[in-house]
Design a protein around this ligand. Structure first.
Ligand code: HEC
Ligand SMILES: [Cu+2]
Length: 337
């Protein structure tokens, strides 16, 4: 009787452990040892929550295991005392209810203070999960779009940034492990996340909710840079593309013919919205959502073999182009800084 009650209690504690262990593992794999690799307040808070929950679960586990051992192998008088109904009600019902409620209140409190924390955000960025890349729009205070880019996010160090997270296809999850916890992007909803990077650096983001064949190749970069560098970057991204000089004319023409129905290059007639905005693609930190480095060779490889590199993605391989056209296209895109 006693051991069964205790076993139920034990399994309850263990059943409540997976999310705990899961989040502890998620943050410590990035941050091992301790929280040394964490660069954002959100991520440190998540690591703190995980540690409190893990220590709590471990302590309760040890306590329950000790009681089970005593109940099975302890001296007879003690075993009789452990079988008393008061202990079963107290340790089997009251204790888990109180302990789990306390932990729940702590987690919800810490989580919601994360969402509310700090002063007003100075930068607002709308990120839409696409199949399988990230549409990134910088917004002004009123919510109007300043410019659009893809898979490449820059933020000023030390300032609060608000992300408006959306999707119009399936559920994705926006996750920058070193900066903050993950948050789902749900069709028909806008989920808001606030992030403040405490140190400069480039951090990798990853979709954290399975969304189809190329889910693993749905990454992005977040560069936390100084406020001055951020403002310069923002001004450059908002400008239309530089007109192509004579040596790039051929690539530009090909682009308008073959690519403009899906891609925008501001300052040219190309205004397709199905694929990423390529106005400043040459300045990005990677290509195809973190799949390739960004250089002229990778650009040519992607154009000719996008279905080979990222099978099933929405861009056809242009493997019929002549070598000369391919080079011209790649040089043109590389020039779009
Ligand atoms: C049918 C629509 C479509 C056409 C046509 C198309 N693309 Fe794309 N392109 C996409 C989509 C969608 C992606 C995003 C793929 C991904 O990462 O999953 C993309 C990605 C890219 C990228 C990577 C951008 C980034 O930010 O990482 C480049 C470069 C690119 N396309 C160039 C071209 C060129 C050059 C052409 C013409 C030869 C072309 N595309 C034609 C839809 C298209
Ligand atoms: Cu995904």
């Amino acid at each position: 009787m006693l051991t069964r009650g205790m076993a139920a209690n034990l399994s309850y504690v263990l059943a409540s452990a997976p999310p705990v262990a899961g989040s502890a593992r998620a943050s410590s794999s990035v941050a091992a040892p301790a929280t040394a690799g964490l660069a954002g307040e959100g991520a440190s808070a998540v690591a703190d929550i995980a540690q409190v929950l893990f220590v709590g679960a471990a302590a309760i586990f040890v306590m329950v295991a000790a009681l089970v051992a005593l109940a099975m192998f302890g001296p007879a008088p003690l075993r009789r005392r452990l079988a008393s109904p008061a202990l079963i009600v107290g340790a089997g019902i009251a204790f888990p209810v109180i302990a789990l409620t306390a932990l729940l209140v702590y987690v919800l409190g810490a989580g919601s203070s994360l969402a509310r924390a700090g002063a007003a955000a100075t930068v607002r960025i709308e990120v839409t999960g696409e199949l399988w890349w990230w549409r990134v729009r910088y917004l002004d205070a009123s919510g109007a779009v300043l410019f659009e880019t893809a898979n490449d996010i820059r933020i000023p160090v030390g300032e609060w940034v608000q992300f408006d997270l959306k999707s119009d296809n399936v559920i994705h999850s926006f996750w920058i492990p070193e900066l903050a916890g993950k948050l789902d992007m749900i069709p028909g909803r806008v989920n808001r996340m606030r992030v403040r990077a405490q140190t400069a650096g480039t951090f990798t983001g990853q979709c954290a909710e399975y969304c189809g064949a190329q889910h693993a190749n749905m990454k992005f970069n977040v560069a936390a840079i100084t406020t001055d560098a951020f403002q310069a970057w923002q001004a450059a991204q908002a400008r239309p593309a530089m007109p192509a000089g004579p040596s790039l004319r051929r690539g530009e023409q090909r682009f308008q013919q073959d690519c403009a129905q899906c891609h925008t290059v501001r300052g040219t007639p190309a205004s397709g919205a199905h694929g990423p905005d390529l106005t400043h693609v040459g300045s990005r930190l990677s290509l195809a959502a973190g799949t390739l480095p960004n250089n002229v060779g990778a650009l040519a490889g992607w154009i000719a073999g996008s279905q080979h590199i990222k099978p099933g993605n929405a861009m056809p391989s242009f493997n019929h182009l002549s070598g000369e056209d391919l080079r011209a296209l790649a040089s043109y895109l590389e020039s779009l800084k």
